[in-house]
Write a protein that binds this ligand. Structure first.
Ligand SMILES: [Zn+2]
Length: 269
């Protein structure tokens, strides 16, 4: 029920007044709608911006996102060199090889986080199988690699041996697998080249392997790098030091970037 008088029964001056009021109400309504639209647009842009920042800084993984539209926008906005999955060996209850004060799982994560930072600076999108002390089965690691399908997969470990004189960095790869076998060899060679060229790192060369699950079942170029031997006193001093970890991470990053550039048909760095 409306208490409003019909416009036909009013005096001309009253009609004008009524029209003015109606127009005023319409204007207010329109302004409110505009404000709502602007607020909505700003909210969407802000959410997108913070989400990008969080993904970029590793606070949230790609899988945390709910919208594929955002993923597509991310891809369009960033001129990516490629994608890399980094796999810090062990984690949680699985401590890896026992070396005393610092566990293998911790060393693996420290080095992997350093590689992540360096790769991201070079315009590489990085997926981490873990970025904290979480237990992950090998099946879970392989499943992640299959889901994200990165250009390459690098697993980081520390070695141990009964003979404490054995030391140095070694690279394992599987060239027998049908998908990514050949590429795994190329990647392993690239990493070895960079390591061998560094006078501060002892290279044990590349090792062909068909047993390691994360190499065998990932259908991409994949390597497992044993940074050093926890059973060798000289290696131990190096692998627990921030400086050496940075050095190793730098060489691995250089090799991964060179591999990606070669795959993209760009000039080698
Ligand atoms: Zn290990």
């Amino acid at each position: 029920m409306s208490m409003q008088p019909s416009i036909e029964n009013l005096e001309p001056s009253q009609r004008r007044q009524l029209r003015r009021e109606r127009l005023k109400r319409k204007r207010i309504k329109r302004k409110r709608l505009q404000k709502k639209l602007i607020f909505f647009a700003v909210s969407v842009l802000t959410l997108f911006f913070f989400r990008s920042v969080m993904i970029h800084s590793g606070f949230i993984g790609k899988e945390s996102g709910t919208s594929h539209v955002f993923e597509d926008l991310w891809d369009l906005n960033d001129d990516l060199l490629g994608t890399v999955m980094l796999d810090a060996g062990h984690g949680g209850n699985d401590c890896g090889t026992d070396a005393g004060a610092i566990l293998e799982k911790e060393l693996n994560l420290q080095i992997t986080l350093k590689i992540q930072k360096k790769l991201e600076k070079k315009g590489v999108r990085v997926f981490m199988t873990r970025n904290d002390d979480t237990y992950l089965s090998r099946d879970a690691r392989v499943a992640m690699a299959k889901k994200e399908n990165p250009d390459l997969f690098i697993s980081i470990h520390q070695n141990s041996f009964t003979d404490s004189s054995v030391r140095g960095m070694g690279i394992w790869y599987n060239e027998k697998k049908t998908i990514g076998g050949e590429e795994s060899y190329i990647l392993a060679k690239k990493i070895e080249e960079k390591i061998a060229a560094d006078t501060q790192i002892i290279s044990r060369g590349i090792v062909a392997d068909t047993d390691l699950q994360v190499l065998r079942q990932t259908e991409v170029a994949a390597v497992l790098i044993e940074i050093g031997y926890v059973t060798n006193p000289e290696d131990w001093k190096l692998i627990v030091s921030d400086e050496y970890q940075e050095r190793a991470a730098e060489r691995i990053t250089e090799a991964a970037v060179a591999y990606l550039m070669q795959q993209n048909g760009d000039e080698l760095v």
